[in-house]
Write a protein of this length. Structure first.
Length: 131
């Protein structure tokens, strides 16, 4: 059985793969809804990595608001990301079944947010959980 730090590290690695998909997608004009999905997935996996690294149980959800509410109890500084992260919620499920207008600049800003968020998460998890 994997330790919580091994699970956290695996989630960060998966989140990093989502970020790679976002970068490649932006460079190669992949449909924006596909790129946006990976933006949300990266943020979700990073939140779950933080929570599991601290032994916090979390629900199986794609809702970044729910996960962030738990994470902020552990790391109050993450509150500064609330508005930007919550904006990614429609990218998880709604975007797969409905047309939502997106523009390239919005996705580029989202990538920047998730990269900044990744740094904040890495600063707040044990060294052994970092890739």
């Amino acid at each position: 059985m994997k330790s919580t730090l091994e699970v956290a590290r695996g989630l960060i690695l998966k989140a990093d793969n989502d970020l790679k998909a976002v970068r490649i997608g932006i460079q190669h004009d992949v449909p924006l809804d596909t790129i946006a999905f990976h933006v949300q997935q990266s943020a979700e996996k990073m939140l779950k990595a933080l929570l599991v690294s601290r032994g916090v149980d979390y629900p199986l959800t794609h809702d970044l608001r729910v996960l962030l509410n738990l994470a902020v109890k552990e790391v109050p500084e993450l509150e500064s990301f609330r508005e930007r992260l919550i904006a990614f919620n429609p990218y998880a499920v709604e975007l797969r079944y409905d047309v939502i207008e997106l523009d390239r600049e919005e996705i580029v800003r989202a990538l920047s947010t998730v990269e900044e968020f990744r740094n904040a998460i890495l600063d707040n998890i044990p060294e052994e959980a970092r890739p």
